[in-house]
Design a protein around this ligand. Structure first.
Ligand SMILES: [Zn+2]
Length: 243
């Protein structure tokens, strides 16, 4: 087990970095700390992943997690939420129908397998949920408690956090999270190819139009769902990769 630490990015904003390989494919989790509260951008890939993050937050005296923002509904980004059950969960309105069925009841391994056999759960989702069930008897998918359509501004103590729906081919509910004062932008997987496009090198299928839109504003750091943070120049270079 690799122990990871929250890495400072700018001011109140940090990153609990993910891992692309190893025992679990874990996504990045953004961590925003204000005097009274902690806000997470995504919830981790499993309760185990989220508990490790919780350990980090406790060890470093972070205030309670008040809010989780789902960048999109894919299981790898949301299945840790049950660990932070007191938090409100914000997502784009289109995340709710995608999660409502999964959120209807707690999942056990047997129930999950039965639904997979009936074709009620897709192979990708089945695999992710099965992995997330490793250390818990029951897995609960927490649906969003607050939805928005185009954009939403949060005032977290004195810090302004902006949520903007961008959609895209990867997930129609993809949103980005901007912290204007610190010029940090969390991107989730918004410019990644659709999930069924796996096997093709990522840079050949990036959504160039969406990347261009992200680069409209001059931010210092761009943090997607899986890679280390990019500077603006690095994100520009990513867009320029030959297709
Ligand atoms: Zn995704």
């Amino acid at each position: 087990m690799t122990l990871r630490r929250i890495e400072p990015l700018a001011g109140e904003v940090g990153l609990y970095p993910g891992a692309l390989s190893g025992e679990e494919r874990q996504p990045n989790v953004g961590v925003i700390r204000t005097p009274q509260q902690t806000i997470l951008v995504d919830a981790g890939s499993s309760p185990r992943h989220a508990r490790r993050l919780m350990g980090e937050l406790t060890a470093r005296d972070y205030p309670p997690v008040s809010t989780i923002i789902y960048t999109h509904h894919h299981p790898g980004h949301i299945l840790g939420a049950q660990v932070f059950s007191a938090a409100r969960i914000i997502a784009h309105v289109q995340a709710l129908p995608a999660l409502r069925g999964l959120a209807a009841h707690p999942w056990t391994a047997a129930l999950l397998q039965e639904d997979y056999r009936r074709g009620a759960v897709s192979p990708g989702r089945y695999e992710a949920m099965q992995r997330a069930l490793h250390e818990v008897r029951e897995l609960r998918v927490l649906p969003p408690t607050i939805g928005f359509d185009r954009r939403l501004t949060l005032f977290c103590d004195d810090l302004q956090v902006e949520l903007i729906h961008v959609g895209g081919a990867h997930a129609p509910d993809s949103l980005i999270v901007k912290i204007p004062r610190l010029r940090v932008m969390f991107l989730g997987d918004c410019y990644a190819p659709p999930l069924n496009g796996e096997g093709t090198p990522l840079h050949q299928r990036l959504d160039a139009a969406l990347l261009t839109r992200l680069l409209d504003e001059d931010y210092a750091l761009y943090v997607d769902g899986h890679q280390p943070p990019y500077t603006r120049a690095q994100l520009q270079a990513l867009r320029g990769e030959p297709g």
